[in-house]
Write a protein of this length. Structure first.
Length: 254
């Protein structure tokens, strides 16, 4: 059935469980996450754009390329259909080589390139910004305790190395920028529990910092797609304005 509901421009969030959980309130397993980075983005873009979460728990960049791309980013000829997209894979790709989810680093980098090329080919009239988020830090003791594993299956420094690959990929691509999640969440700190709920996924404080990092990159590198803040949010000089007249204007003469 064709959807006849009028959509505002969209913001597409594509990734693994950290994207799937990004609206917060993700069940009994994460009781401390009431706000996620996606719900905070949705608040920023209320009356401006629709935030679409396309997160798939446990998936890797390989799964994204092999199974998901045509479904998440089908061909679109509209010029103003998407404001920006986030690509947030790597937390699973960076599992150690003997783990089921492991994707070699070079393949991971190429998969990111393939994802971006698919998006560009699917939106030929709309070259919108794409934000690449690095894998977050990893807290091995917390993850083993949460999952009751004898071995962690992941490593914090490996996660950082995969993040470095993300940065390398982004340097060669136009209209792409990196949100360095590993650094934002203090990956070099001895205490990673302040931002992680279980050693891998984000708690509320971690979600808030990722949201802040996204907004800082948008305002710095792509201010034309950040929310318009001056001119009552509608009549300013740059950014995405509020939709429809302000309520006071509905009562003005003429």
């Amino acid at each position: 059935m064709k959807n006849s509901f009028r959509m505002r421009p969209s913001i597409v969030l594509f990734g693994d469980s950290i994207t799937e959980q990004a609206f917060g309130c993700f069940g009994a397993g994460f009781p401390d996450v009431h706000f996620g980075w996606a719900s905070l983005l949705a608040a920023d873009y209320s009356r401006r754009a629709d935030v679409l979460s396309r997160g798939f728990s446990g998936y890797t960049s390989r799964h994204a390329v092999e199974r998901l791309l045509p479904k998440v980013f089908p061909p679109c000829d509209e010029e103003e259909s998407c404001l920006f997209a986030t690509i947030f894979f790597g937390a699973n790709d960076s599992a150690l080589p003997d783990e089921l989810q492991h994707v070699p680093m070079e393949e991971y980098g190429q998969n990111l390139v393939t994802i971006i090329e698919h998006i560009r080919n699917s939106y030929p009239k709309n070259k919108f910004p794409i934000l690449l988020l690095t894998p977050p830090p990893f807290d091995a003791p917390a993850w083993m305790a949460f999952r009751q594993f004898d071995t962690p299956g992941r490593d914090n420094q490996v996660a950082k190395a995969y993040g470095d690959k993300v940065k390398q990929v982004a340097t060669n691509l136009d209209m792409c920028a990196v949100v360095d999640t590993w650094t934002i969440l203090e990956g070099s700190s001895d205490d990673k529990s302040q931002y992680l709920s279980d050693g891998l996924h984000l708690n509320e404080a971690g979600n808030r910092l990722v949201h802040k990092g996204i907004m800082e990159v948008l305002k710095k590198d792509f201010p034309h797609v950040a929310p318009m803040m001056d001119g009552d949010g509608r009549y300013g000089t740059n950014g995405i304005p509020l939709e429809e007249p302000l309520w006071r204007e509905l009562f003005s003469d003429g």
